[in-house]
Design a protein around this ligand. Structure first.
Ligand code: 8YV
Length: 324
């Protein structure tokens, strides 16, 4: 008897065909006002879930008492109650590694776009404003040779350090719970306190996972420590930053600008004050969003799901004590 899974993130035809060979698949479109109701109707009897970006609370999990595994198409798992899943004996898997380089590219795209005012000035050209040679009013700031401050030195943080040190000759500072001697040796990076990093970095880049320890990590106090010519780049999660404090610091030009790919509320409302600021580059959570990488993530999630349903230990198990 094939096991049944609920799929709530679209897969390529290739991956869908592979999945349907092994399990019975119930596709649920969770978008729109009735999306959650459709998910609730599909959950009873499901042994597996595959998707992303949905908060699977206890109310939903209560509807799926036979659930064995949740395979997330993401590296971040802040939208799951891991303790609750573990108590229920439900394995949670994620998709690290496959998205590291693409997400670090996004981080550097935001560093460069923010520093050189690419979005603002591209709009200026499009609006027919380019009538003469540029003057200081339209100059940006250099990236090469500056100080890159990375908060969070995991896979993505290290990929950013490589880009900064090897690609742009940047001095690399980083803040993380533990020093990473290998990273320091490879990129001449220096482990420092959060305050030291904020006071010295020209680009402060957030790559930490969202947790109780990192929520609100960058607030008014931390922003006030940054140099007025410094820029903040967030490719982590919106709630790592006190968004109201950031808006005020940007409005008052207490920091030069921000490159943001994640927000407290996503999609970012069109009336967000962030979108009224010329010194903000806002992108719609495109961190891992390339064709190749999203296919690789989905493939990794399918591997994790099928492995777990076959009674094996999945490669990317977030909660190893579940299922025991
Ligand atoms: C997307 C991410 O949210 O992997 C993560 O944690 O934030 C992004 O890659 C995710 O890929 C949604 O499918």
């Amino acid at each position: 008897m094939k096991k049944r899974i609920v799929l709530y993130k679209r897969l390529s035809d290739t991956l869908m065909a592979r999945l349907q060979q092994q399990v019975d698949v119930t596709w649920v479109d969770t978008a729109g006002p009735d999306g959650l109701a459709r998910l609730r109707d599909a959950l009873p009897g499901a042994q597996g879930l595959l998707g992303a970006s949905l908060r699977l609370d206890s109310g939903l999990l209560d509807l799926a008492p036979q659930l064995e595994v949740v395979a997330s198409v993401s590296v971040g798992v802040d939208n799951y109650d891991i303790a609750d899943l573990t108590r229920r004996g439900v394995m949670l898997t994620n998709t690290p590694d496959v998205l590291t380089e693409t997400t670090a590219d996004t981080g550097f795209a935001l560093i460069l776009a923010s520093a050189r005012r690419v979005v603002e000035l591209a709009g200026w050209v499009r609006d027919g404003q380019w009538q003469a040679n540029l003057g200081p009013a339209h100059f940006g700031t250099d990236v090469h040779g500056k100080t890159l401050g990375i908060i969070g030195m995991g896979r993505i943080g290290e990929a950013l350090a490589r880009r900064g040190a090897a690609g742009f000759g940047m001095r690399v500072l980083y803040h993380s719970p533990r020093a990473k001697p290998a990273v320091e040796a490879r990129y001449d990076a220096r482990h420092c306190s959060l305050d030291d990093l904020l006071q010295q970095a020209d680009f402060v880049c957030l790559t930490v996972p969202l947790s109780a320890a990192t929520e609100g990590l960058i607030g008014a106090r931390e922003l006030a420590l940054m140099k007025p010519e410094a820029m903040l780049v967030n490719i982590a999660r919106g709630r790592v930053v006190d968004e109201a404090a950031l808006i005020e610091a940007l409005r008052e030009k207490r920091i030069r600008g921000a490159g943001l790919d994640v927000f407290v509320q996503e999609p970012l409302p069109s009336d967000s004050p962030l979108l009224q600021l010329d010194n903000v580059v806002a992108t719609p959570h495109i961190g891992s969003a390339t064709h190749d990488t999203r296919e690789a993530m989905a493939r990794c999630a399918v591997d994790n799901l099928l492995s777990a349903l076959a009674g094996e230990r999945p490669a990317n198990l977030v909660n190893p004590t579940a299922g025991r």
